[in-house]
Design a protein around this ligand. Structure first.
Ligand SMILES: Nc1ncnc2c1ncn2[C@@H]1O[C@H](COP(=O)(O)OP(=O)(O)O)[C@@H](O)[C@H]1O
Ligand SMILES: [Mg+2]
Length: 233
């Protein structure tokens, strides 16, 4: 497993590095011959590929951390709305064409706040990344028994039934024109699923009628649960 991981990682690292080196060498060697437009284009590629490397390294560190037995989960009561609102505003900056509709009518959850944030960032980022241009992303949270169900819904190219399990494994990206156009390491959903399960939750995906929904279930916070039972009585 580890050797596999190292060889995949080396390949993933080499691709952007080769491109950064190639474009810098070309610029240096042909500086006087290149017009400003071309120079700008090359620099843009260098920045894009550097971002890809940073992203990859960050994701790989997360994967390593998942295997670290000392990386405990610190369960606390988490109020979900402010976390989700903050993530949406960060992602809106990166994807200004997207609009966000956040509907939270759920109790607080019991989770590790940082890890919850990482999970929601991955899902909302994917929805923005793979969603149709100028489309809306909906984030909904409702209570289901002792759990809080949070759904992230986007309009866009569907994930085929046969790919619905595969996308949660390491380095898996679906081969379609859309995925080829946007960058990614294929580690996000693997990290997300592992974190959700570590926190006693579940993740599900549904993709039909042009809508893709990723649903995560987290245990509702005990304090809130007790309060709700009291209200019912
Ligand atoms: N909201 C979505 N809509 C369509 N496809 C998606 C969506 N989220 C994830 N995918 C598919 O699942 C793959 C794996 O996702 P992920 O693990 O986050 O990796 P990455 O985003 O780095 O490619 C993506 O490459 C994409 O093909
Ligand atoms: Mg992703």
């Amino acid at each position: 497993m580890n050797e596999d991981f190292i060889s995949t990682v080396s390949h993933e690292l080499r691709t952007p590095l080769t491109s950064i080196r190639g474009f810098s060498q070309t610029m240096l060697a042909s500086w006087d011959k290149l017009d400003d437009e071309s120079k700008k284009k090359f620099l843009k590629i260098i920045i894009e590929q550097s971002n890809r490397l940073i992203n990859l390294v960050e994701n790989m560190l997360s994967v390593t951390k998942l295997q670290d037995a000392k990386d405990d989960i610190i369960f606390k009561e988490v109020v979900i709305k402010p976390v989700i609102d903050m993530i949406c505003s960060i992602i809106k900056n990166q994807y200004p064409d997207k609009s966000f509709d956040v509907q939270i009518s759920a109790l607080n959850i019991l989770a590790d706040k940082d890890k919850f944030q990482q999970v929601m960032t991955n899902l909302i980022e994917n929805a923005a990344k793979y969603g149709d241009y100028n489309s809306k992303i909906t984030v909904k949270a409702v209570n289901i028994d002792d759990f809080v169900s949070i759904s992230v819904i986007n309009k866009g190219l569907e994930i085929k039934k046969e790919d619905c399990e595969k996308i949660f494994t390491k380095f898996s990206r679906i081969d379609n024109p859309l995925t080829r156009k946007v960058q990614g390491s294929g580690l996000g959903l693997y990290i997300t699923k592992t974190l959700v399960e570590k926190m006693g939750g579940q993740i599900k995906v549904k993709s039909e009628n042009g809508l893709t929904t990723f649903e995560v279930l987290f245990p509702a916070s005990n304090i809130e649960r007790q309060a709700r039972v009291k209200c019912k009585q």
